[in-house]
Design a protein around this ligand. Sequence first.
Ligand SMILES: [Zn+2]
Ligand SMILES: [Zn+2]
Length: 341
Amino acid sequence: MRAVSFSAFGGPEVLHVVEVEQPQPGPHDVLVRIHAAGICYHDLLSRAGKIPGEPGRILGHEIAGEIVTAGASVPADRIGENVAIYHRLFCGSCRYCLRGRHDLCRNSRTVGESGGGGYAEFICVPARNAIRLPEGIDMAAAALAVCPIGTSVRALIGVATVHPGDIVLITGAGGGLGLHQIAVAKSIAARVIAVTSSPHKTTIIRQAGADDVIVRPDLKFSADVWRLTRKQGADIVLENVVTGTFGESLRSAASNAMVVVLGNVGAQPVELDPGLVIMRRIRIAGSGIATFADVRTALHLLARKAVAPFIDRILPFAQAQQGHALMEKRAVSGRVVLQGW
Ligand SMILES: [Zn+2]
Ligand SMILES: [Zn+2]
């Protein structure tokens, strides 16, 4: 089969179409013909060797396709099913898996981090990782159900338990994750205040549904939040940036607010004012990949058109190089999705 791989770490130019052996499903696996794969910022870091992993693998964990072969222990009627792939290959028996928190499984690996990933014609995964698509959802949208939309559902609904009318502040709102977070928050009738340092992102942030957009190249946004909320502050802060913004996020928080940390742009420790955290009873929580339940929620929101996927462009798989280059230059708003060869 054809796949896109890289033999050494480097820039987008190291990605090439290669011919590799088609994977064979074990008894509990399904073979999925990949119809669409999203390019995640994570893939760029993997290709550049900035996060653990080896060259020679197939990148991509945002995958939708069709089951074409089922292993001996998998019901044959699953053949032909359109699916999204839950990208964490989990053990199913640890304390986290048994609580439905497969995202926290310690005996797991992630599709695309080792072995086969999404930039290929086929992938084999355990049948339980292939989640059937509801009606009314196309493959490009389904590829984004796990990440970034499932990730947004995890942060907002899973971690922050957002309610209608809550004020949600989103930093780095113009990024691929930020735009989907806005859409998910609006699907629950929250009020969204979006922060960006880039004036040219204002239009797309408004398109995503943000009620207010604060453009602050100097990242000093807390006074604006205070003014926009009549000195109430934000009930939920989604911190996609953290470096240079965390102090302002805490100052923007309402009493008993939840500040969810998702970003680590500068990969540096940040300062924290304990007096402020105590006085306002601020809760700080980390958030990461989606659970199964989050993916089902994401697919439902997509199928009902309550959330629209932000797809900047669709490129053939063979142009993955170009997709990476565009993302590296930050020349895209939303995701680049690979589809067709
Ligand atoms: Zn991703
Ligand atoms: Zn487990």
